[in-house]
Design a protein around this ligand. Structure first.
Ligand code: CA
Length: 424
């Protein structure tokens, strides 16, 4: 059922400039901090955050019976763990309070300075405490490109690829929220012209343009989630940059897959966009041929039209858009990924995060990694300042952006930004 909060005709008494990521139809969730609030749950409207703890404290969510502490617990885990029936009502209640026709909050001007704060004057924190993190490999264009580059163009996809959403268990400890910086990782690499491995800073530091979904409902060991009830367990989505050291990866990944090439840093955007807010942007994905096994079948259009962009900004330099892709190019849907993840009885917990894998499209301008954009460094990117990039240089900042658009409705994800510092 479509949420009332999605009505494209709704307007807010709070100012929302055209092109904003956060119109009244979005109502994302996050955690912010400033000198007055250590860590409060918040939503967003236009250029402002909305302090949900202050709204709760002033009785605006009374009918929802949500414990007030859940709005200042330092993560959204308790709040989203209440389940969709409650969090959907919360989203609709926030929408209601912001509508032009509603006076409840609009007329209480004395509360506005506590509730609304400019987004650029607060610090956004990690929205959830991530328990387990899984990374999939579900973009067919990406998997084909990588298979073509490193194995065999005629057999770019491995035999299992079209039968199951390939994935691996990653590491949660080094996932950071947008706005951080980190040092270039060091590790073992084996140059092609060297018989033995060498040690040093990675020379092939790459990005991976991804999205991730956050689990909002746990399961017990032994239970499985089906594709048809997966949405009940998926609270929402964030942008995700899964930084990767290609030279470390090439040497270490056989036979168990990525390890130190991936676990030194990953970046997420601070706002969780609910699955409900994204519902108007459902679209058809690639046709799955051969037919998948029954537990992976699904009905209807389950892909999402989310436009994705990657920007590279050199130190004190201009933004360079280096790629533009779309979530609709995913071969495997989130519902299929979750059904596959739990088909063996693996339990999931609130706050777990599952990433899409690099999202590339069919056109070379739509590739989601530098590896593909520069085709292993053979076609360097030219930047506005005249310099070139094969991979990411020290002091470069990478920013991911994402948004959905349909008619006058635009639902955005905000930014996912991080800076690469020189090796320590
Ligand atoms: Ca990845």
């Amino acid at each position: 059922m479509t949420s009332r909060a999605n009505n494209p005709l709704l307007q807010s008494w709070m100012e929302v400039k055209s092109g904003s990521d956060f119109p009244i139809q979005n109502i994302p969730f996050g955690i912010y901090s400033d000198s007055k609030a250590e860590h409060h749950a918040c939503s967003a409207i236009g250029e402002y955050i909305i302090d949900l703890y202050e709204l709760a404290r002033n009785g605006y969510f009374e009918a929802l019976t949500i414990p007030q502490e859940y709005f200042r617990s330092g993560s959204l885990n308790d709040l989203i763990g209440l389940g969709k029936p409650i969090t959907n009502h919360l989203r609709e209640r926030i929408s209601e309070l912001l509508q032009t026709t509603n006076n409840e909050l609009q007329n209480h001007k004395e509360l506005h300075f506590l509730v609304f704060k400019k987004q650029n004057e607060v610090k956004m924190l990690m929205p959830v405490k991530i328990g387990d993190y899984t990374d999939f490999y579900s973009s067919i264009d990406h998997a084909t490109n990588v298979g073509t580059m490193f194995r065999d163009p005629a057999n770019a996809l491995l035999p299992n690829w079209k039968h199951l959403p390939v994935g691996y268990h990653g590491r949660a400890s080094s996932i950071c929220v947008s706005g951080h910086s980190f040092h270039r990782p060091k590790g073992q690499q084996k140059p092609a012209d060297s018989e033995l491995p060498v040690f040093g800073p990675s020379k092939l530091l790459d990005i991976e343009l991804e999205t991730a979904f956050i689990i909002g409902k746990s399961t017990k060991m032994g239970e499985s989630v089906s594709t048809s009830n997966a949405d009940e367990h998926i609270f929402g989505m964030v942008l995700f940059n899964d930084w990767s050291a290609r030279d470390i990866q090439t040497w270490e990944y056989v036979p168990l897959g990525p390890f130190l090439a991936k676990n030194f840093a990953s970046t997420i955007s601070p706002w969780i966009i609910t699955l409900e807010a994204l519902e108007p942007f459902r679209t058809k994905g690639y046709t799955q041929e051969p037919k998948v096994l029954p537990y992976l079948e699904y009905n209807g259009e389950r892909n999402l039209d989310i436009k994705l962009e990657v920007y590279l900004t050199p130190e004190n330099g201009e933004d360079n858009k280096i790629a533009g892709s779309n979530y609709k190019y995913m071969y495997w849907t989130m519902e299929q990924q979750l059904a596959h993840h739990t088909i063996n009885g693996c339990n999931i917990n609130v706050g777990d995060m599952m990433a899409s894998g690099t999202i590339s499209g069919p056109d070379p301008s739509e590739y989601g990694s530098m590896l593909e954009l520069t085709w292993k460094g053979t076609k360097p990117l030219k930047l506005k300042d005249g310099t070139e990039r094969k991979f990411v240089n020290d002091n470069d900042t990478i920013t991911l952006k994402g948004y959905c658009e349909k008619g006058s409705l635009r639902i955005g994800f905000g930014e996912c930004k991080a800076k690469l510092l020189p090796a320590k």
